[in-house]
Design a binder for this molecule. Structure first.
Ligand code: ZN
Length: 199
Protein backbone atom coordinates (compact mmCIF):
# COMPACT_ATOMS: atom_id res chain seq x y z
CA UNK A 1 0.00 0.00 0.00
CA UNK A 2 2.82 2.35 0.95
CA UNK A 3 4.64 1.38 -2.22
CA UNK A 4 1.56 2.19 -4.29
CA UNK A 5 1.31 5.63 -2.68
CA UNK A 6 4.96 6.31 -3.43
CA UNK A 7 4.48 5.23 -7.05
CA UNK A 8 1.44 7.45 -7.35
CA UNK A 9 3.37 10.40 -5.96
CA UNK A 10 6.22 9.83 -8.43
CA UNK A 11 3.71 9.52 -11.27
CA UNK A 12 2.07 12.82 -10.30
CA UNK A 13 5.42 14.58 -10.06
CA UNK A 14 6.37 13.35 -13.53
CA UNK A 15 2.97 14.40 -14.94
CA UNK A 16 3.28 17.90 -13.49
CA UNK A 17 6.85 18.08 -14.81
CA UNK A 18 5.74 17.17 -18.34
CA UNK A 19 2.91 19.69 -18.20
CA UNK A 20 5.26 22.49 -17.11
CA UNK A 21 7.77 21.52 -19.75
CA UNK A 22 5.13 21.59 -22.49
CA UNK A 23 3.83 25.00 -21.42
CA UNK A 24 7.35 26.47 -21.42
CA UNK A 25 8.28 25.04 -24.80
CA UNK A 26 5.00 26.24 -26.36
CA UNK A 27 5.83 29.68 -24.97
CA UNK A 28 9.33 29.46 -26.46
CA UNK A 29 7.93 28.34 -29.81
CA UNK A 30 5.58 31.30 -30.08
CA UNK A 31 8.38 33.70 -29.01
CA UNK A 32 10.60 32.13 -31.65
CA UNK A 33 7.91 32.49 -34.34
CA UNK A 34 7.49 36.17 -33.46
CA UNK A 35 11.25 36.81 -33.49
CA UNK A 36 11.54 35.02 -36.86
CA UNK A 37 8.83 37.23 -38.29
CA UNK A 38 10.51 40.39 -36.98
CA UNK A 39 13.83 39.25 -38.48
CA UNK A 40 12.24 38.42 -41.83
CA UNK A 41 10.56 41.84 -42.08
CA UNK A 42 13.55 43.94 -40.96
CA UNK A 43 16.51 41.77 -42.08
CA UNK A 44 17.99 42.41 -38.62
CA UNK A 45 18.81 40.00 -35.84
CA UNK A 46 17.56 40.73 -32.37
CA UNK A 47 20.22 39.43 -30.01
CA UNK A 48 19.28 41.46 -26.95
CA UNK A 49 16.28 40.82 -24.73
CA UNK A 50 15.29 43.03 -21.86
CA UNK A 51 12.30 44.54 -20.10
CA UNK A 52 11.35 48.16 -19.57
CA UNK A 53 11.13 49.31 -15.93
CA UNK A 54 7.34 48.87 -16.15
CA UNK A 55 7.53 45.40 -17.67
CA UNK A 56 7.15 45.58 -21.46
CA UNK A 57 9.28 42.97 -23.26
CA UNK A 58 11.96 44.33 -25.57
CA UNK A 59 14.02 42.63 -28.28
CA UNK A 60 16.73 44.79 -29.82
CA UNK A 61 19.63 44.71 -32.26
CA UNK A 62 21.80 46.36 -29.57
CA UNK A 63 21.46 46.87 -25.84
CA UNK A 64 18.96 49.74 -25.51
CA UNK A 65 19.82 52.56 -23.10
CA UNK A 66 17.65 53.66 -20.19
CA UNK A 67 16.34 56.71 -22.07
CA UNK A 68 15.01 54.41 -24.79
CA UNK A 69 13.34 52.07 -22.26
CA UNK A 70 11.81 55.01 -20.36
CA UNK A 71 10.53 56.47 -23.65
CA UNK A 72 8.80 53.16 -24.43
CA UNK A 73 7.13 53.15 -21.01
CA UNK A 74 6.00 56.75 -21.48
CA UNK A 75 4.45 55.88 -24.86
CA UNK A 76 2.57 52.95 -23.32
CA UNK A 77 1.47 55.07 -20.33
CA UNK A 78 0.03 57.68 -22.72
CA UNK A 79 -1.60 54.92 -24.79
CA UNK A 80 -3.27 53.30 -21.77
CA UNK A 81 -4.51 56.66 -20.48
CA UNK A 82 -6.23 57.59 -23.75
CA UNK A 83 -7.56 54.02 -24.09
CA UNK A 84 -9.13 54.16 -20.60
CA UNK A 85 -10.64 57.52 -21.46
CA UNK A 86 -12.37 55.73 -24.34
CA UNK A 87 -13.51 52.99 -21.91
CA UNK A 88 -11.31 50.33 -23.47
CA UNK A 89 -10.11 47.73 -20.98
CA UNK A 90 -8.27 44.96 -22.80
CA UNK A 91 -4.48 44.80 -23.26
CA UNK A 92 -3.69 47.72 -21.00
CA UNK A 93 -0.77 46.09 -19.16
CA UNK A 94 2.86 46.85 -19.97
CA UNK A 95 3.61 43.13 -20.04
CA UNK A 96 1.02 42.65 -22.83
CA UNK A 97 3.47 44.33 -25.23
CA UNK A 98 6.51 42.92 -27.03
CA UNK A 99 8.55 45.61 -28.75
CA UNK A 100 11.33 45.16 -31.32
CA UNK A 101 14.00 47.82 -31.84
CA UNK A 102 15.47 47.42 -35.33
CA UNK A 103 18.32 49.13 -37.15
CA UNK A 104 17.27 52.38 -38.81
CA UNK A 105 17.14 52.09 -42.61
CA UNK A 106 17.28 55.87 -42.77
CA UNK A 107 17.78 58.55 -40.12
CA UNK A 108 16.90 61.63 -42.16
CA UNK A 109 13.57 62.01 -43.98
CA UNK A 110 12.81 63.90 -47.18
CA UNK A 111 12.29 67.10 -45.14
CA UNK A 112 15.88 66.72 -43.81
CA UNK A 113 14.56 66.08 -40.29
CA UNK A 114 15.91 63.46 -37.88
CA UNK A 115 13.58 60.54 -38.47
CA UNK A 116 14.95 57.01 -37.85
CA UNK A 117 12.66 54.76 -39.90
CA UNK A 118 12.49 51.20 -41.11
CA UNK A 119 12.03 50.14 -44.74
CA UNK A 120 9.24 47.59 -45.18
CA UNK A 121 7.72 45.88 -48.23
CA UNK A 122 5.23 48.18 -49.93
CA UNK A 123 2.27 45.72 -49.89
CA UNK A 124 -0.89 47.82 -49.47
CA UNK A 125 1.09 51.02 -50.05
CA UNK A 126 2.27 49.97 -53.55
CA UNK A 127 1.70 52.81 -56.02
CA UNK A 128 0.70 55.25 -53.26
CA UNK A 129 2.64 58.41 -52.38
CA UNK A 130 4.51 56.35 -49.76
CA UNK A 131 5.93 53.88 -52.33
CA UNK A 132 9.73 54.18 -52.71
CA UNK A 133 9.87 51.42 -55.37
CA UNK A 134 8.69 48.22 -53.68
CA UNK A 135 9.16 49.46 -50.14
CA UNK A 136 8.04 52.27 -47.87
CA UNK A 137 9.72 53.98 -44.94
CA UNK A 138 7.71 53.58 -41.76
CA UNK A 139 8.23 54.97 -38.27
CA UNK A 140 6.87 51.71 -36.90
CA UNK A 141 4.95 48.62 -37.84
CA UNK A 142 2.64 46.17 -36.09
CA UNK A 143 4.05 42.63 -36.13
CA UNK A 144 1.48 40.57 -34.24
CA UNK A 145 -1.80 40.85 -32.34
CA UNK A 146 -1.28 37.92 -29.94
CA UNK A 147 0.96 38.82 -28.23
CA UNK A 148 0.74 42.53 -29.04
CA UNK A 149 3.98 43.27 -30.90
CA UNK A 150 5.44 46.02 -33.06
CA UNK A 151 8.79 47.24 -34.35
CA UNK A 152 10.45 50.62 -34.73
CA UNK A 153 14.00 51.90 -35.31
CA UNK A 154 16.85 52.72 -32.91
CA UNK A 155 17.09 56.37 -31.88
CA UNK A 156 20.18 58.26 -30.69
CA UNK A 157 18.17 61.36 -29.73
CA UNK A 158 14.62 62.77 -29.91
CA UNK A 159 13.22 60.16 -27.53
CA UNK A 160 9.93 62.03 -27.52
CA UNK A 161 9.49 60.63 -31.03
CA UNK A 162 9.97 57.10 -29.62
CA UNK A 163 7.13 57.68 -27.14
CA UNK A 164 4.92 58.90 -30.00
CA UNK A 165 5.74 55.91 -32.22
CA UNK A 166 5.03 53.51 -29.34
CA UNK A 167 1.72 55.18 -28.62
CA UNK A 168 0.74 55.26 -32.30
CA UNK A 169 1.61 51.64 -33.12
CA UNK A 170 -0.03 50.68 -29.84
CA UNK A 171 -3.24 52.36 -30.99
CA UNK A 172 -3.71 49.75 -33.71
CA UNK A 173 -3.29 46.94 -31.16
CA UNK A 174 -5.59 48.44 -28.53
CA UNK A 175 -8.26 49.07 -31.18
CA UNK A 176 -7.90 45.53 -32.54
CA UNK A 177 -8.67 44.11 -29.10
CA UNK A 178 -11.29 46.66 -28.00
CA UNK A 179 -13.02 48.22 -31.02
CA UNK A 180 -12.78 46.06 -34.14
CA UNK A 181 -14.93 48.42 -36.19
CA UNK A 182 -12.66 51.42 -35.62
CA UNK A 183 -9.61 49.17 -36.01
CA UNK A 184 -10.78 48.10 -39.49
CA UNK A 185 -11.39 51.70 -40.51
CA UNK A 186 -7.94 52.91 -39.40
CA UNK A 187 -5.52 49.97 -39.70
CA UNK A 188 -4.38 50.88 -43.20
CA UNK A 189 -3.12 54.42 -43.82
CA UNK A 190 -2.89 54.09 -47.62
CA UNK A 191 -6.29 55.79 -47.94
CA UNK A 192 -5.11 58.63 -45.71
CA UNK A 193 -5.70 59.15 -42.00
CA UNK A 194 -2.86 59.07 -39.51
CA UNK A 195 -2.25 59.23 -35.78
CA UNK A 196 -3.41 59.83 -33.14
CA UNK A 197 -6.61 57.88 -33.83
CA UNK A 198 -7.92 57.85 -30.24
CA UNK A 199 -8.91 61.25 -28.98
ZN1 ZN B 1 -0.57 53.50 -38.01
Amino acid sequence: MKKLKTLLRIFLLVAVGILLYQTTSAQNRSDRALINQAERITNDSFSFTTETPKGAIVYAVRQPGSRMLDAIDKGLTDLFAIARKNRYQRRLNYSDYTIFIAKADRTINSDKSYSPDIAVGAAQYAGSVYDQGGFVYAAGMVLAYNPCAFVFAEHAKDFGRVSDVVRYEGEHLVLYHNDRHLYNKTSNHSQGGGHPIMK
